[in-house]
Ligand binder design. Structure first.
Ligand code: ACO
Length: 702
């Protein structure tokens, strides 16, 4: 583990700079929390006017302390922080947690940078500024102004909002979701979420990393670190609406970014997303207590038909639809229910189910190899005692002789059920008060397994590419003062990266156009090539389905005439003559350079699907072909590619190859290409490939 971050988050000694004797001040509360939390390391309050604070000897300056100090918690006003940073550097502390607000989030960016520069010159790290502090149950460390340590548990929280840390801290006791560490990361002037992921991945007390994110400065760093972890990560991302994004910007100075690109980045780096705060608790509970679900077979045991049906609906909603249990499983389960029960799945033992049936069915089901994950539901009845049922379920799991398989439970009832739930959670079984949450827990563990597998798939490097040729085309266009490539240039760039474009040539005379059309084969398409005319159809400068030599000549003249009518001073390169690709399914592939994540690739079906329905999906480039296939499956109109109304399936494999090559290209040319698209791309039947009909590349500003 990083020794500096370890010193900062698991310190053996702490100084509180700006400690106060005034109980209303944050500098007092931090010292009080260290004391009341039971911190066993040394505490050194720093205050020029006090001799003693809460029984700890006080020093006027950190440099006066004659002992080694790992972490300095800073609660002096903003204007004093730079000096304090130098003093900490002189003293040789490992790092500072700067609680003070009033830096980048209010426009004091330069002061914040200067503090980081000074800290770095001494080899120190900084958490904050603008934070609540850090908490760690395993170190009995409450170096914060949050009121107390959270309920003990195996998850650790990193949050950009300090207030949310305080709220979650208190709620851990009512929600029964335990945490070991809670780290308020604030403005992330130095230590950021990615650093915390790396640290917590190696922290033996953390089994699951929970995040509250407003925005990253460096999205790629987050993705790289998240991909390297072996622990589950669950993130709640705020600022997804335009108003929310503006609020995030003024809160911690974060760039909230496009929600779709964040969604993609999380998926690609194996991070489960929570929809809201409740969902963050639910998913954290499951991920911190249970192993990943390795297969699709979910079995549900219940004593209530209604809650069984609700859970079944939820299973489908959460992407884990139920399958009927195999005959041998049903046969065995039938022994533990009355005649009118059902052993199919959900397994309804009926309201007659007591402790024994719960014990026996849990033990059998949990041990059975067909079952990849188990959900046990219980609704309170007059003939059962919830706590006894809870114990029966727990014993069933213990006595099954099996480990490494996930289970979640739901108890629906009143106070007695509530107590039973608490008992099960204490014994490591995530338990919820609604059946859908128990199913969601298993769906989360399944999703986490799938993402873990995805993280392990290889990268993608296309063969036989010629990036130098692409760069030459781009630099020629730049030398002519252009910020966009012509269609022919863009297609040549695409071809340099092995992308299948329709054959296209540039004619500068009627005779050349005829010769090219004859070489390509009729029918052909003809279009103007001019850096000054980007919307060629609007100018009447695109003609399709040209079938004869005469028509080539006639259209050549017409295209030039229409173009000059449209823009009399347009610079004309010539007329493109290209193959008229037979029509099939039309899709769009595009790219934009995102401010947080860099080059991203977009995919969707063409026409109304993209223009009206906005049915598109994104990935941060590059991607491999497995991810490219997933992109095709996740758009709402995915069925069209699978083949509808008797049509044959489309060539998804060839399309995946195009998507992966495209993503490789835009990543490789990220310094040159600001945005691009291949539109339309025609996808033929399985085995018959893909053709890019039109290409557009806008260059980066240099
Ligand atoms: N060295 C040592 N002690 C110093 C120094 C110094 N260089 N300078 C000042 N002090 C002492 C002061 O004398 C004072 O002690 P005293 O009470 O004995 O006089 C103490 O440090 C604090 O200084 P004050 O000027 O009294 O400042 P105050 O406590 O009012 O505020 C604070 C300081 C809390 C850092 C404030 O500036 C601030 O930033 N508050 C916001 C904190 C926050 O909300 N953080 C984000 C959390 S996230 C969320 O949203 C909840």
């Amino acid at each position: 583990m990083d020794p500096i971050l370890t010193g900062l988050l698991k310190p053996k000694s702490v100084a509180v700079i700006g400690a106060s004797t005034n109980p209303d001040k944050i500098g007092y509360k931090v010292v009080l929390n260290l004391k009341e939390g039971g911190y066993e390391g040394a505490v050194y309050p720093i205050n020029p006017g006090a001799a003693d604070i809460l029984g700890y000897k006080c020093y006027p300056n950190i440099t006066d302390v004659p002992y080694v100090i790992d972490a300095a918690i800073v609660t002096v006003p903003a204007k004093a922080v730079l000096d304090v940073t130098r003093q900490c550097g002189e003293k040789g502390v490992k790092g500072m947690v700067i609680i003070t607000s009033g830096f980048a989030e209010v426009g004091e960016v330069e002061l914040e940078h200067e503090i980081v520069r000074v800290a770095q010159s001494y080899g120190m790290r900084i958490i904050g500024p603008n934070v609540v502090g850090t908490l760690s149950n395993s170190d009995k460390l409450n170096a914060s102004f949050a009121p107390f340590l959270p309920l003990e548990g195996k998850a650790s929280l990193v949050t950009q909002s300090g207030a949310l840390l305080i709220a979650i801290d208190a709620a851990t006791y009512t929600r029964r979701v335990g945490f070991d560490k809670m780290i308020s990361i604030g403005n992330m002037s130095d230590v950021d979420i990615a650093d915390m992921i790396t640290f917590l991945n190696e922290d033996p007390e953390t089994s699951c990393i929970s995040l509250y994110i407003e925005g990253f400065k460096d999205g790629r760093k987050f993705m790289d670190e998240a991909r390297k972890t072996h622990k589950p990560i669950v993130a709640l991302k705020s600022g997804k609406s335009s108003h929310g994004a503006a609020a995030a910007a003024s809160h911690t100075g974060s760039l909230a970014g496009s929600a779709k690109i964040y969604d993609a980045a999380f998926k690609q780096s194996g991070v489960t997303q929570a929809d809201d705060l409740n969902d963050l608790f639910d998913r954290t509970l499951a991920l911190s207590l249970q192993p990943r679900m390795q297969g699709d077979n979910l079995l549900i045991l219940t004593n209530g038909g209604g809650i069984g049906v609700l859970a079944t609906d939820s299973a489908e909603r959460f992407g884990l639809p139920l399958h009927f249990a195999p005959a041998d499983v049903q046969e065995e389960l039938k022994k533990h229910m009355p005649e009118f029960g059902s052993a199919k799945n959900p397994v309804d033992m009926t309201g007659m189910a007591g402790n024994e049936w719960y014990y026996e069915t849990t033990q059998f089901s949990y041990a059975h190899p067909w079952v990849d994950g188990l959900v046990v539901l219980y609704c309170e009845t007059a003939v059962t005692v919830p706590e006894e049922i809870a114990q029966a379920i727990y014993r069933g799991v213990q006595d099954s002789g099996v480990t490494g398989k996930p289970i979640a439970v739901s108890f629906v009832g009143g106070e007695r059920s509530d107590k039973a739930m608490a008992w099960l959670i204490e014994h490591g079984i995530p338990t919820y008060n609604a059946p859908d949450n128990a199913v969601k827990a298993l769906a989360t563990l399944r999703e986490d397994y799938r993402m873990e597998q995805m993280r392990q798939t290889d990268g993608y490097t296309p063969e036989g590419i010629n990036p130098a040729a692409a760069r030459e085309i781009i630099s020629r266009a730049r030398s002519l003062g252009r910020s966009a490539l012509t269609e022919i240039e863009a297609k040549r760039v695409f071809t340099s990266y092995g992308l299948p474009v329709t054959p296209t040539d540039l004619a500068v005379s009627e005779d050349e156009a005829v010769a090219m059309a004859e070489k390509i084969g009729f029918p052909v398409v003809m279009k103007i090539v001019s850096p000054d005319i980007l919307h060629k159809s609007d100018a009447g400068a695109v003609k399709v389905n040209i079938k004869t030599v005469d028509a080539v000549r006639e259209n050549y003249r017409l295209i030039l005439e229409n173009s000059l009518n449209y823009k009399s001073d347009a610079f004309i390169d010539g007329v493109a003559v290209q193959e008229m690709a037979p029509w099939a399914t039309e899709v769009i592939v595009g790219s934009v350079n995102d401010a947080t994540f860099g080059p991203t690739v977009m995919f969707g079906l063409g026409g109304i699907f993209v223009e009206v329905l906005k049915d598109v999906t994104f990935r941060v480039a590059p991607i491999n072909t497995v991810e490219a296939l997933t992109m095709q499956d996740e758009i709402k109109s995915a069925a069209i590619l699978r083949g509808v109304r008797g049509e044959k399936p489309r060539d998804k494999q060839a399309l995946a190859d195009v998507l992966a090559k495209y993503a490789y290209m835009v990543h490789d040319l990220r310094d040159e290409v600001a945005e691009s698209d291949a539109n339309p791309v025609i996808v033929y039947e399985e085995g018959k490939g893909v053709k890019i009909v039109d290409a557009r590349i806008i260059l980066t500003k240099k």
